[in-house]
Design a protein. Structure first.
Length: 145
């Protein structure tokens, strides 16, 4: 797999918004990430493409976080955790990867916890604006909220 962005592009390490902040997803987020999505599976399943219907144990979640972190370092995909603005509590995730059907396009997906459902549209808008204004991406496919 090739880089998703040009070699000279500095990948942003955060996005700050009044309601949330994004930072690269990593191992340190495992417990909070696992709790966030397993506690909201029904809500997240209503968002396009989410998650395994039967969930996954924390150990498999940690493996998944490690894979996303490796993709980030390899520049083949970028996963950001969505955190409370003032603390490290995971409230969602954003995934930026090559589109499966058309690798020249970029597929973006996101989810938020059920108790933060009101942030789904603001997250979509903030990420869409961020990608359009600060990332050298070709066609971006991100289902509107």
């Amino acid at each position: 797999m090739t880089d998703l962005v040009p070699a000279d592009f500095t990948v942003p390490r955060e996005l700050l918004a009044p309601e949330f902040r994004l930072e690269p997803l990593g191992e340190r987020h495992n417990a909070s990430d696992h709790a966030a999505w397993t506690g909201s599976i029904a809500h997240i399943r209503a968002t396009p493409g989410w998650p395994p219907a039967d969930g996954m144990p924390p150990e498999r979640n940690l493996d998944d976080l490690r894979r996303h972190a490796a993709d980030f370092e390899a520049r083949t995909g970028f996963t950001y955790t969505v955190l409370e603005p003032d603390r490290d509590e995971v409230i969602g995730c954003v995934y930026i990867y090559p589109d499966r059907e058309d690798p020249s396009a970029v597929s973006v997906s996101s989810w938020v916890r059920a108790d933060r459902a009101h942030l789904d549209a603001p997250l979509y808008r903030a990420v869409s604006d961020w990608l359009a204004g600060h990332w050298p991406l070709r066609e971006v496919r991100y289902t509107p909220r």
